[in-house]
Design a protein around this ligand. Sequence first.
Ligand code: PLP
Length: 383
Amino acid sequence: MSPTPSKNHAHLSVARPAAVEAPIAVARTIREVKPYLATSSLEAIHGRPDQVPLKLDWNESTVPPSPKVISAITAFLGQEHHLNWYPVLNSTNLIEKLERFHGLSGDRLLITNGSDDALDTICTTYLDPGDTVLVPSPTYTHFLVFAQKRSANIVPVYGEDAFGPNLEGIIDAAVRLRPRLLYLVNPNNPTGVIYSPDEVSAIAAACPETLVICDEAYSEFAGVSAIGLLEAHPNLIITRTFSKAYGIAGLRIGYAMGAPEVIRDLRRVFNPKSVNVLAQIGAMAALEDQEYLNWYLGEVKASKALIEAYFQRRALDCRITPANYFLVHFDQAPWVVKRLQEEGVYVRDRSGLNQLAGYVRFSIGTTDQTRDLLKRLDQILDR
Ligand SMILES: Cc1ncc(COP(=O)(O)O)c(C=O)c1O
C-alpha cells in the first residue's frame, strides 16, 4: 500500500526545545553554538491557497527556473535507472561545464550541496578551536554557525555606516588580527555593500596568511566577480550558488573556486556524494540557458527603477542593493511585516541585526511582481 501524502504539514513542524535536561550532552564544541534562527514562510503560504503569494523573504528567484531545467530533470526521470543509483561522484559532470563557463581548470572547483555546504566545509577544513574569523558585518548570519561549530573566535568588523564601504577598517583589522579566515559577502547581504575586484585584491594582499572567502551568492545580479583574482591570490576562495539568479534553491547546489591546493584540502573532509543527482542535472541545464538568466536579471534591474521611484514618492528610506533585494526603514517594522503577510507578501525583518534597526528586507522579482507588490504596499501604507 502506498502511503497517502498528508496536506497538513503542521505535524511536521519542529518542536520547541523542551526545558528538560537532554539525555545525552552535546559535544563540548557544540555547546555554545546558537542555531541559525530562520522561519520559513512556506507553511503560511501553503495555508492560504486562496492567495497569490509574493515570497520575498529569502532572496530566492521569484520565478521558476528555465524550462530547460524542468525538461532535463523530467527526461532524466523517464530513464530506467534514475534515482536508485548514487549521483556522479564529485559532480564531475558539472565541473566540466563550469571549467568552460568560467575558464578555470577543474582542480579549482568543488561542487557542494548549496553554497552553505561550501562555507561549512571551509570552516571544518581550516578552523581549530580559538582561531580568529573576521566577519565584515552586518552580514549573512548562517555563516556564523559554521564558524561557531569549530569553536572559532568570531570578530565582527563594523564600519560607521552599515550601507557604506569599510575597506580600511577591514584591512586594518585583518593586518592587526591575522585571522585564519575572513568572510566577505560581495555584494553583501543584506546591506548591498560591494567591493570592486581591485578592493578585494587589496584585502587578499593585506593578509596572505588568511583564507579570504568571497561569498558571491548574488554576483550574477551585480555583474561583479573576483574570479579574475584567483590566479594572483592563492589565499582567495570564492563561493557561488544556483539558489538565487538560477532559481533552483530547492535543489541545493553551489560551488567553491580556489587554488588547487585549497580545493584538494577541502576534499579531505568533503563527501563526494553529497550533491544529489537532480541538482547536478538541474544546474547543468540552468547554466546552459544564459538567455533565460539574462531575461531574469533584466527584470530585476527594471524592477529597481520602479521601486526607487515608489519609495521616493513616499519619502521612505529605501536602500536598493546591487543584488536582488532592497531594504526599507519603517518606524513600525514589525507591524508592517505582519500586515504585509496578511496581504500575502512575505519579507524578512532585519531589525534585529546591529545597525539595522527598523529595516525590512524585500527580495526583488519581475516587473509584474513588483507592480503587484507596490499595489499591496499602497493598501497597507495608505490606511
Ligand atoms: C550571502 C549568502 N550566502 C550563501 C547563502 C546560501 O546559499 P545556498 O542556497 O547556496 O546554500 C545565502 C542565502 O541566502 C546568502 O545570502
